[in-house]
Write a protein that binds this ligand. Structure first.
Ligand code: S3P
Length: 451
């Protein structure tokens, strides 16, 4: 959760990143955020005790964990990534005595909206200032079609108020490729008498589907349609959470743009619905090698070796956009260091993430002297070329964890220090980021800015 002091969120953490440095050695980044959220949700609804290892102890997944504790689930840990969830069964959740506060986490809020729509009690979902600006109609509208009683604040944003309702099945064709919307509706469908189907316009992450199967819940997932019958039960299991490819992406780009870099990223999730960043970097000329591929907890995993390679600009294929949706901030840094132009289109969703990621990145790239052109659905970036450095200066992350980490990586190729404002939220997805950056060979100083 966003640290709160006297009701005010903190925006004071500044990173001052020295130019240059390197990335060497072997690093394991923390557990996958999407899978960590889902492990708590499904483990809580299961019959029996679910054990989780590799759980992300970041503020977003901890917000989900706290929400389930608030609804009466006894959860032990997390301790060194281990969590024990004493499942209460599909109808065992209890009403929370207070609103469920979900911090910065869109995944917690949208998935919980679906999971709570069919409960026999009322709930209120709230979040921090960023989450309270993000669009929630995309879940409220299809849930209302299912019969849910759900109300939003004016403008279609949180807080979300849910009161009990009898849900009916839905056959829904999603207008946007969103795993959060898909998962929200899958979770609501557990509480329906009958079969629902959810069709996605393009493949997006399928962790909910895979994990439900791991809990023994029958579900059909075929090309772009998920079919699910309500009224079943979940059987507790063990979940091994792979390292988050979205966090590993910062190091993939960092090693790719830094001459001499040679890095191994351990136990990274390489689910085909998440590997857009690898596909895009390889098209740009990156040297990414899978050293060992295996399976952990129903998800494909690999150790990945990344070595420096001169990158070139590309037209990013639009079918890769949902598969790399969280990795664009750092991919923009790859594009800025490449030779030639990189064009991104069909990525308007980036405007409604934790910040408007197209504009926030464009503003920072401007500070670093990178020529670019902002489009409503993407950006064109003129790379500085592999023999030129980026500029330096002060950039604002707007409280967006991935913007802060992307500009940290940019310092590897900058001609002077990069100061990044408003970095408190890095801990939402990547606790220990600064330690790993230093271990790899970069110099980063943290400072507290006076309000
Ligand atoms: C997520 C889905 C994506 C992603 C987010 C996590 C998930 O959001 O950006 O960080 O865990 O389902 P959208 O569904 O809005 O694309």
């Amino acid at each position: 959760m966003q640290p709160i002091i006297s009701g005010k969120e903190l925006h004071d953490l500044v990173y001052i990143v020295q130019a240059g440095g390197s990335l060497q050695g072997s690093i394991r980044v923390p557990g996958d955020k999407s899978i960590s959220h889902r492990s708590i949700m499904l483990g809580s609804l299961a019959d029996g005790t679910t054990t989780v290892e590799g759980f992300l102890e970041g503020e977003d997944s901890l917000a989900t964990l706290q929400a389930f504790r608030d609804m009466g689930v006894v959860i032990e840990g997390p301790a060194n990534g281990k969590v024990v969830i004493n499942g209460v069964g599909i109808t065992g959740l209890q009403p929370s005595s207070k609103p469920l506060y979900l911090g910065n986490s869109g995944t917690s809020m949208r998935l919980l909206a679906g999971l709570l729509a069919g409960q026999k009690f009322s709930s209120t979902l709230t979040g921090d200032s960023s989450l309270s600006k993000r669009p929630m109609k995309r879940v409220a509208e299809p849930l209302r079609t299912m019969g849910a009683n759900i109300s939003l604040k004016e403008g279609g944003v949180a807080p979300i108020e849910i009161t009990p309702a009898e849900l009916k099945p839905i056959n829904y064709v999603m207008p946007v490729a969103s795993a959060q919307v898909k998962s929200c509706l899958i979770l609501a469908s557990l509480y329906v008498n009958g079969a629902s189907s959810i069709t996605e316009p393009a493949p997006c992450r399928d962790h909910t589907e895979r994990m439900l199967k791991g809990f023994g819940y029958p579900l059909e997932a075929e090309s772009n349609v998920v079919r699910i019958q309500g009224g079943g039960r979940l059987k507790a299991c063990h979940i091994d959470v792979p390292a988050d490819i979205s966090s590993a992406a910062f190091f993939m780009v960092g090693a790719s743009i830094c001459p001499g870099a040679d890095l191994i990223l351990k136990h990274v999730g390489i689910n085909p619905t998440r590997i857009g960043v690898i596909n895009i970097l390889r098209q740009m000329g990156a040297n990414l090698e899978f050293l060992r591929e295996y399976e952990a907890g129903g998800e494909p995993v690999a150790d990945i070796r990344v070595r420096y390679a001169p990158l070139h600009g590309i037209n990013i294929p639009e079918d890769q956009v949902p598969l790399a949706i969280d990795e664009f901030p750092v991919l923009f840094i790859a594009a800025a260091c490449a030779t030639g132009e990189t064009v991104l289109s069909g990525a308007e969703e980036l405007r409604v993430k934790e910040s408007d990621r197209i504009q926030a990145m464009a503003d920072g790239l401007g500070v670093l002297g990178v020529t670019h052109q902002v489009k409503s659905d993407g950006i064109v970036i003129r790379g500085r070329g592999v023999d030129s450095l980026l500029g330096n200066g002060v950039v604002n992350s707007h409280g967006d964890h991935r913007i802060a980490m992307a500009f940290t990586i940019a310092a590897l190729r900058a001609n002077g220090p990069i100061t990044i404002l408003d970095c408190n939220n890095v801990a939402t997805s990547f606790p220990g980021f600064v330690d790993r950056i230093r271990y790899g060979g970069m110099v980063l100083r943290e400072s507290r800015q006076q309000p």
